[in-house]
Design a protein around this ligand. Structure first.
Ligand SMILES: O=C(O)c1cnc2c(S(=O)(=O)O)cccc2c1O
Length: 462
């Protein structure tokens, strides 16, 4: 019903997959005009007449956030869901204190080293609501010169009061999974109000699966609800068939790396890769495990970036972890995004996909807050009877058949404009670019003083 749409909605609603990159300051405008949004576009009045909103994230600059809303929306109720504790929590409260419309909600983090990584917006308008799931912190730098991913839901209309509230879910059970994710935060009055609001909206137009992580030791029926086992379950039921994707590589792209174990068989190439290479379970014998390709910036990628070495302050891979897992380097490829004008926009986006060897087709695609870590994706414990997750994460999974019935694959590039294909806007270049002999993965806690960065500076972390 285009008569309701304003020019902004047209360009946002027109994107068939609702998958955008954030606008980057300092690249040719062409790369910021299509399939790119800034935070002010997302919050603009042309997306809807805002009644209230919620912002889930890890880092917040509250005064900056308020300024990103249109002036007439800056006093609307705003719920901030964070994971800050102790001094960080005090600072957050000090910064929020002077805004009477802002309420803070602290997500419980009872497990050591867990963080509230999830990045999501609820936008309630007078004619419906939107859900935005993305990868950027609520700070200026994350929306300025980095590559970030954003999924913006269609406008979800409010259910008519007489309509049965069990209506209004999608073929991917988007609303059910979103409510289940929110349920994991426990009893918070403001979050429960948002759960009620979500129940009152028709989300049947959502074509993506939610892949979420919540802290805990998940067993029994809950074991497959979160992290890499949720992905495994969805791919068992709705994934590609084994014959189509036999020998198709898996690609992981991320902005941080955890402690993965002393060898690939500890976690990376065993349980994690097994989940990402799951195919529709039709009983055929287990396929050979596919090749794993990883994308993480090398030192040169960071040095030449628009921000220079300081881009590396958001790429927290430590020397402590790196020295324990040299095998990890054998999987690595450079950050290159020439096709999107973003080779120099350092990646903070996290994406995972299964791609054909000729890089023409995708079997599925995820954009998420989850980096390459056990804390985010979960790790088996107790003889695979439970999945141990430390952090909150949330992402969306695109599966061709759920985007369009009978669609089996996404097109990546080239001219296959046959009717049964849909172009997927990849954020990074294929084929992948290997590290050179002298390239090393970026580590954020060692010095780089042999070559100045794009700003003429060296990197000397304290
Ligand atoms: O986007 C996030 O959720 C996130 C989380 N953590 C970060 C860290 S650190 O907490 O791991 O030291 C250091 C630098 C950037 C970070 C970041 O961008």
């Amino acid at each position: 019903t285009s008569e309701k749409m304003s020019p902004y909605e047209n360009y946002i609603e027109a994107a068939p997959l609702n998958f955008f990159l954030t606008k980057v300051f300092g690249i040719p405008n062409h790369y910021n005009s299509s399939l790119a949004v800034g935070i002010k576009d997302i919050l603009s009045a042309s997306m809807g007449n805002l009644i209230s909103s919620a912002q889930f994230n890890y880092m917040f600059d509250i005064p900056w956030l308020v300024q990103q809303y249109p002036e007439q929306f800056r006093s609307k109720p705003l719920l901030i869901i964070h994971g800050s504790q102790r001094a960080d929590k005090t600072t957050l409260h000090e910064n929020a204190h002077r805004y009477p419309n802002i309420t803070l909600c602290q997500a419980k983090l009872d497990i050591m080293y867990g963080t509230h990584h999830s990045k999501m917006m609820f936008l309630l308008y007078d004619n419906g609501m939107r859900v935005v799931i993305h990868t950027a912190n609520i700070i200026h730098n994350d929306w300025y010169q980095k590559t970030q991913g954003v999924w913006i839901s269609p406008l979800f209309p409010k259910l008519a009061s007489d309509q049965d509230l069990s209506q209004g879910d999608s073929v991917t059970q988007f609303r059910k999974d979103l409510l289940e994710y929110l349920g994991a935060y426990g009893t918070n009055k403001h979050l429960q109000e948002w759960q009620e609001t979500i129940r009152q909206h028709d989300m049947s137009s959502a074509k993506v699966f939610i892949i979420g992580s919540v802290p805990g030791r998940h067993t029994g029926a809950s074991k497959m609800k979160w992290g890499h086992l949720k992905l495994r379950k969805v791919l068992q039921e709705h994934g590609p068939d084994g014959s189509t994707v036999k020998d198709w590589p898996v690609i992981g792209q991320f902005s941080s790396v955890g402690s993965l174990g002393s060898g690939p068989e500890n976690w990376l190439s065993s349980e994690w890769l097994e989940s990402l290479s799951t195919v529709q379970a039709n009983g055929i014998v287990k396929l050979s495990k596919p090749k794993l390709n990883l994308i993480f910036p090398c030192v040169e990628n960071v040095r030449r970036s628009l921000e220079g070495y300081p881009a590396g302050a958001s790429l927290p891979y430590s020397i402590k972890n790196a020295r324990k897992q040299q095998y990890f380097n054998t999987f690595l490829h450079q950050w290159r995004a020439f096709s999107r004008g973003r080779s120099r926009a350092s990646p903070h986006i996290k994406t995972y996909t299964r791609i054909s060897p000729d890089a023409q087709y995708l079997a599925w695609f995820i954009v998420t807050s989850a980096n390459l870590s056990k804390a985010a994706w979960g790790a088996y414990e107790k003889n695979n009877s439970q999945l141990f997750i430390r952090s909150y994460e949330i992402g969306v999974l695109f599966v061709p058949s759920k985007v369009e019935e009978n669609l089996k694959l996404f097109n990546v590039q080239g001219v296959d404009s046959s009717k049964d294909s849909m172009l997927f806007p990849l954020p990074w270049d294929v084929p992948l670019t290997s590290y050179t002999q002298t390239d090393r993965p970026w580590l954020w806690d060692i010095a780089y003083t042999d070559k100045p960065d794009s700003q003429g500076n060296m990197w000397c972390p304290s």
